[in-house]
Write a protein that binds this ligand. Structure first.
Ligand SMILES: *[C@@H]1O[C@H](CO)[C@@H](O)[C@H](O)[C@H]1NC(C)=O
Ligand SMILES: *[C@@H]1O[C@H](CO)[C@@H](O)[C@H](O)[C@H]1NC(C)=O
Ligand SMILES: *[C@@H]1O[C@H](CO)[C@@H](O)[C@H](O)[C@H]1NC(C)=O
Ligand SMILES: *[C@@H]1O[C@H](CO)[C@@H](O)[C@H](O)[C@H]1NC(C)=O
Ligand SMILES: *[C@@H]1O[C@H](CO)[C@@H](O)[C@H](O)[C@H]1NC(C)=O
Ligand SMILES: *[C@@H]1O[C@H](CO)[C@@H](O)[C@H](O)[C@H]1NC(C)=O
Ligand SMILES: *[C@@H]1O[C@H](CO)[C@@H](O)[C@H](O)[C@H]1NC(C)=O
Length: 431
């Protein structure tokens, strides 16, 4: 056995991520659906839906910013549930009413909750945020509607626009393809209407496209060893490299919003320079159970993480018994092994992970059953194989640094209860 299994598992995940394929969420993507609802000689109505089918990735602030490129001289005459950022050059139109947007590549922004009623549609106006399917299936979609015409001629044949983009780092969208028309229930499902035509566009995520550097790291400790294994050095960046900015303790740096009104990220100076640190502490051993404490710390001074989540891979999650202060759901509950689970905050309690300096951490403890035959504290088995935060993989310490049981090689017997008690006492004193 030895450590080789950890290496193999970690390699697997790296390879799995490289092409954007996620083995834990194989069908996870964001779908853009384009329904043509009505047709007249001069224009048509289209309803556009953006639906997040990902189990644990969500779209957070500043939200999606959808764009596409019209094939001809199409313009948008009116829009509900969203905004076109620029009206553009409408000088070809001489009538009393100008189009709403004449851009060749319009940029569409979501509206907020304060939108006037006559500019809303169903499922609109959430500032561009989409929850993950598991966290809130009622808010994982967005919708807007528009009236499309052309500058030069009547609309006789519709050609779909191309080059769709969600405007969120890491996502790339494919070409639109026509699918059977959407159907809409009426009269409580006793009658169904349908779109004239429907197209789908599928957008998928790749962590490598989103950011060249990781954004999260893992540190480890255990009651049976006083060593705290920190995040690997330079996990997300290296302190002191020219061009790298960070905030020293006690320092309140001057923060200026950039051109788009967004604050640039600023993290606390550390050996790992990650905005997020996840600490896994093997806390207690009982006769039939063992207890783990997980602490997520936000080291970013300018960002609150709303609706954060953690995905953890550990073989003992198949017999997780109790989770305190977090929501939990097994991610592969229909497969043969359920060794992966998702943790997220409880509404109004800890679903918001505040910026560093404002008690920026959330904690959970969980109770796991010691499955006979597989459970052991030896060889780092009690530590997670993989952790990701908001869908992005965290950097783990190297397995040969994991806290070891005292005085043991891999083949020695487990320590007596007495040693464990002594050590856990010393850990408590140290913390
Ligand atoms: C098109 O997208 C919808 C969701 O927007 C999805 O339910 C449907 O399965 C997709 N159709 C095809 C043929 O991929
Ligand atoms: C606006 O469009 C018209 C016609 O397409 C063009 O002649 C004019 O130069 C454009 N104006 C600007 C400022 O781009
Ligand atoms: C568009 O169609 C309408 C009615 O069919 C017609 O009256 C109008 O002249 C057409 N306009 C152009 C620019 O072809
Ligand atoms: C789409 O984008 C690609 C690259 O950005 C460009 O080469 C292509 O011409 C664009 N297509 C359209 C229809 O604008
Ligand atoms: C984060 O939340 C706190 C408390 O609600 C607030 O004071 C702070 O301005 C927020 N920070 C950002 C960057 O939105
Ligand atoms: C894991 O799967 C087994 C059956 O395959 C099931 O009995 C058990 O309840 C599952 N555990 C969790 C935490 O979902
Ligand atoms: C604790 O773990 C570290 C790292 O594996 C190891 O070097 C050290 O010897 C262990 N301490 C004891 C008391 O066994």
């Amino acid at each position: 056995m030895g450590w080789s299994w950890i290496l193999i598992i970690q390699l697997n995940f790296l390879i799995g991520n490289a092409d954007g394929y996620d083995p834990l969420d194989p069908n996870g993507n964001i779908a853009i659906k384009w329904d043509v609802l009505q047709w007249s000689s001069s224009s048509y109505d289209a309803r556009v839906s953006i639906i997040n089918y990902q189990l644990y990735r969500h779209i957070e602030t500043p939200g999606w910013k959808l764009s596409w490129t019209w094939p001809g001289d199409e313009v948008i005459w009116d829009m509900w549930g969203a905004l076109a950022h620029e009206q553009g050059n409408c000088s070809e139109f001489k009538g009393e009413q100008l189009p709403y947007c004449c851009e060749k590549t319009p940029l569409i922004l979501d509206r907020g909750p304060g939108t006037p009623f006559n500019k809303q549609v169903a499922n609109c106006c959430r500032d561009g945020l989409l929850t993950s399917m598991i966290q809130d299936p009622s808010k994982h979609g967005a919708m807007f509607q528009m009236n499309v015409g052309t500058a030069s001629s009547n609309v006789s044949d519709m050609t779909m626009p191309r080059n769709f983009s969600l405007g969120v780092p890491g996502y790339t969208c494919g070409d639109p393809f026509q699918v059977p028309p959407s159907r809409f229930p009426e009269e409580g499902g006793r009658r169904w209407t349908q779109a004239l035509m429907t197209w789908n566009v599928s957008c998928s995520y790749s962590q490598f496209l989103a950011s060249t550097a990781p954004t999260c790291c893992v540190s480890l400790s255990a009651f049976y060893n006083s060593t705290i294994v920190p995040c690997p050095q330079c996990s997300c960046g290296c302190e002191g490299i020219p061009g790298t900015k960070c905030a020293k303790p006690g320092e309140t740096p001057l923060l200026l919003p950039q051109g788009d009104g967004q604050q640039p990220d600023l993290v606390r100076c550390s050996r790992h320079m990650c905005p997020i640190r996840v600490h896994w502490h093997v806390k207690t051993s009982y006769r039939e159970y063992w207890r783990v404490k997980i602490t997520v710390t936000n080291l970013n001074l300018v960002k609150n993480y709303s609706a954060w989540n953690l995905v953890v891979l550990h073989p003992n999650l198949q017999s997780i018994t109790q989770v305190f202060s977090f929501n939990y759901r097994s991610l592969n509950e229909h497969g043969t092994i359920n060794d992966t689970g998702m943790f997220w905050g409880i509404q109004y309690y800890n679903e918001l992970l505040l910026q560093a300096g404002e008690s920026g951490n959330v904690q959970t403890e969980m109770l796991l059953h010691k499955d006979p035959g597989i459970f052991t504290f030896r060889e780092g088995w009690a530590f997670p194989r993989k952790i990701s935060f908001n869908g992005d993989q965290c950097v783990m310490p190297s397995p040969d640094e994991y806290p070891r049981l005292p005085n043991t090689g891999p083949s020695a017997t487990p320590p007596s209860l007495c040693i464990i008690l002594l050590l856990s006492l010393s850990v408590i004193v140290m913390l």
